[in-house]
Design a binder for this molecule. Structure first.
Ligand SMILES: Nc1ncnc2c1ncn2[C@@H]1O[C@H](COP(=O)(O)OP(=O)(O)O)[C@@H](O)[C@H]1O
Ligand SMILES: C=C(OP(=O)(O)O)C(=O)O
Ligand SMILES: [Ca+2]
Ligand SMILES: [Mn+2]
Length: 638
């Protein structure tokens, strides 16, 4: 393998990787990577007869003993090679202690002297051993006289990187609204908030971010000061430490091994822990042992409101980002998408600093290694269109484009599932199985069949699953430089053609203006598609001025010869209310023609208004819908 730069063996089976990519999360489970396991044949019983009582009797004398046999301790994780470092010689006990100390430091109150006393495991499980306690002292104390508080006398139980099965049990046992569905997915409720709350997102404005970030009109970054952040942080940490138990996930972002970010998520709910288990990159046991200090920490106290007497607070919800402290605090919303998209904002800051472009896009790759990006605002088709049975899925939502090529930031997908159908979206349908989190769906009380058409809780129903649940996921989730850059615009007015080919200048124009629609439910208060201009097709998540991202995109597209396309996944033949949404099978045909290269060679006509190049024919799509003018019954005024 080459020591620098991406490697591709060019055999067309999707096996592209960056040099030294050791992230193994789910690697073994990727489609057909290691071939099929050999079948073990057992020796036949010599006399040809099987006796039921021929097996050894159960090795237990009592029911309790029998129960104790049921659960074996996980095999210890593979030891690290001798010379490779301190961890190899460290005892398991010592490692646990260090882990707990690190978590105690994360949860430390800044106004008192110590981090909480932590003990690993479920508080409901009585153990005969004395608990392994860990807490840290730290010295930046505000009130030196206060050395102890009641919360310092209690234990906080830490449920650390639990498995999906353990998280299911925690959710079903302790969290209202958590149920098994017939396909094995876990149905959950996110509470009062079922979409993001962009107006409650705050970013600490300090000397550094003042100059670096985009502030003011049009910017998603609403300022708060450091002190107010600390007030909210303390509120979240005190809330979390007052619980009997908290969930801690240590995971990674970004499949590019050179630019991987370590994240820690501290949360109160098994639902949140399972969601992030699915959405972030899952460390191997070895990677977890060597995890060390996280690069970024989320405190999710979403069940607990913020205090409206606190400066800057305009509702009971607050999502607060502090880039200097590398922390995010969530109060007053349990919508899990806040964590995922909050981390995406962080990547939109960290990556451009390293000359890497962060993209609000899906990404897939054809058999010949041709990569396509699908930019789009939430709910406009990134997940649906990048999940394509004929192509390898690199990721559905958040990517990086570096000199090495593209890499997914995440380890899972988050699909909208309102009106989901097995016929139109088979791979997503089949991914809704054991391990998948189903948010805010309605199901039959008895047989637990989900009704994907039911909007009683919200129109923004969602499924979060690990990316390897998609059969042709490309693992590791990296690929070569994109060939096609598709801008998905969900047009609520029905004036944009279903597809047009863009020059580089037009691509930049549409990328920066981001004309599209906010679809119902993805943001609080949006009840029907609403036309909007969302810079970079993700204005809610960018941190720098849109032109910074656009300049990087233009430079990369030019350098690698990528073609830009504008695809309308919204209305045609009239605006929302009178026209219809473009049929998904037609959009898929359009996308197929882009991938295959046939659309590049089609005949085009130019529109008067934007000078958009519209193909006269696309295979499998009625030609009359390609020109929006034709589909309007009232052609005046166009
Ligand atoms: N023509 C179309 N193109 C893409 N998606 C469509 C189309 N018509 C309807 N849809 C629906 O719109 C939704 C798109 O959501 P999704 O792909 O999850 O968006 P994103 O990933 O961009 O947030 C899906 O529910 C999909 O079934
Ligand atoms: C998860 C979200 O977005 P997307 O649909 O782009 O995944 C969101 O906006 O909350
Ligand atoms: Ca390199
Ligand atoms: Mn999506």
């Amino acid at each position: 393998m080459a020591s620098n730069g991406p490697t591709s063996n060019g055999n067309g089976n999707g096996e592209f990787s960056f040099a030294g990519n050791g992230t193994a999360a789910g690697a073994e489970t990727g489609a057909g990577r290691n071939g099929l396991a050999k079948i073990q044949t057992h020796k036949k019983p010599t006399n040809g007869i099987c006796h039921d009582d021929s097996s050894a009797p159960v090795k237990a004398n009592t029911i309790d003993e029998l129960h104790s046999l049921q659960k074996k301790k996980s095999a210890p994780t593979t030891p690290v090679d001798g010379a490779q470092g301190a961890f190899a010689i460290m005892s398991e006990e010592e490692r646990h202690k260090q882990q707990l100390q690190s978590i105690s430091a994360s949860l430390a109150s800044l106004t008192r002297e110590t981090g909480p006393k932590l003990v690993k495991g479920d508080p409901s499980k009585k153990t005969s051993e004395t608990p392994k306690v860990s807490h840290v002292s730290h010295h930046h104390v505000l009130a030196p006289t206060l050395s102890i508080s009641d919360s310092a006398l209690k234990f906080t139980h830490i449920l650390y990187n639990l498995s999906p099965a353990e998280l299911y049990e925690q959710a079903i046992k302790y969290e209202h609204g958590s149920f098994l569905t017939s396909s094995g997915a876990l149905a959950t409720l996110s509470g009062a908030k079922t979409g993001r709350s962009p107006r409650d997102k705050r970013v600490v404005r300090d000397e550094t971010t003042e100059d670096e970030l985009w502030w003011g009109k049009g910017s998603p970054n609403i300022e708060m000061d450091e002190h107010t952040f600390l007030v909210n942080r303390e509120r979240a940490v005190d809330y979390l430490n007052n619980l009997d138990k908290v969930f801690v996930n240590d995971q990674f972002l970004n499949w590019d091994p050179e630019h991987r970010i370590k994240v820690r998520i501290v949360s109160a709910r098994a639902y949140h822990s399972l969601f992030m288990h699915n959405m972030c990159i899952r460390p191997t046991p070895e990677e977890l042992e060597n995890f060390g200090t996280p690069d970024f920490t989320i405190y999710n106290a979403g069940r607990f409101p913020c205090n409206r007497y606190t400066h800057y607070m305009t509702s009971s919800t607050s999502i607060d980002l502090n880039l200097a402290r590398r922390e995010m605090v969530i109060l007053g919303t349990q919508y899990a998408g806040e964590m995922k998209k909050g981390l995406f904002s962080v990547m939109h800051y960290l990556m451009p600093k390293r000359q890497i472009l962060s993209l609000h896009s899906g990404c897939n790759m054809g058999k010949d290694g041709d990569v396509a990006l699908f930019f789009g605002l939430s709910g406009t088709g990134k997940t649906t269109l990048s999940t394509d049975h004929n192509r390898y899925l690199i990721g559905d939502d958040e990517h990086c484009w570096s000199d090495n090529g593209v890499s997914n930031i995440e380890g899972g997908c988050y699909a909208k599932c309102i009106d989901l159908s097995r016929e139109k979206e088979p791979d997503i349908w089949n991914a809704i199985k054991f391990g998948t989190v189903l948010e805010n769906v309605v199901f039959d009380e008895h047989n637990r069949e989900v009704d994907f058409t039911d909007k009683s809780v919200t129109e923004n129903t969602r499924a979060a699953y690990p990316i390897e649940y998609i059969p042709n996921a490309k693992i590791p989730c990296v690929g070569p430089h994109p060939k096609n850059v598709i801008l998905l615009a969900c047009d609520a007015f029905g004036v944009l053609p279903p597809v047009s080919k863009l020059t580089l200048a037009q691509t930049m124009y549409h990328f920066i203006s981001g004309y599209t629609a906010l679809v119902a439910g993805t943001e609080e208060g949006i009840k029907e598609p609403q036309a909007t201009f969302s810079a970079c097709f993700g204005a809610a998540f960018i941190m720098l001025h849109p032109t910074k991202y656009a300049a990087m995109l233009a430079e990369k597209m030019q350098k690698h010869g990528a073609t830009g396309w504008l695809v309308n996944t919204g209305w045609s033949g009239g605006s929302y209310g009178s026209g219809n949404r473009i049929k998904l099978p037609y959009t898929r045909k359009i996308i197929d023609a882009i991938h295959s290269g046939s659309l590049l060679d089609a005949n085009y006509t130019k529109t008067e208004v934007f000078g958009l190049e519209i193909p006269t024919e696309v295979e499998g799509v009625p030609s009359e819908i390609l020109q929006p003018k034709n589909t309007w019954s009232d052609k005046k005024g166009l």
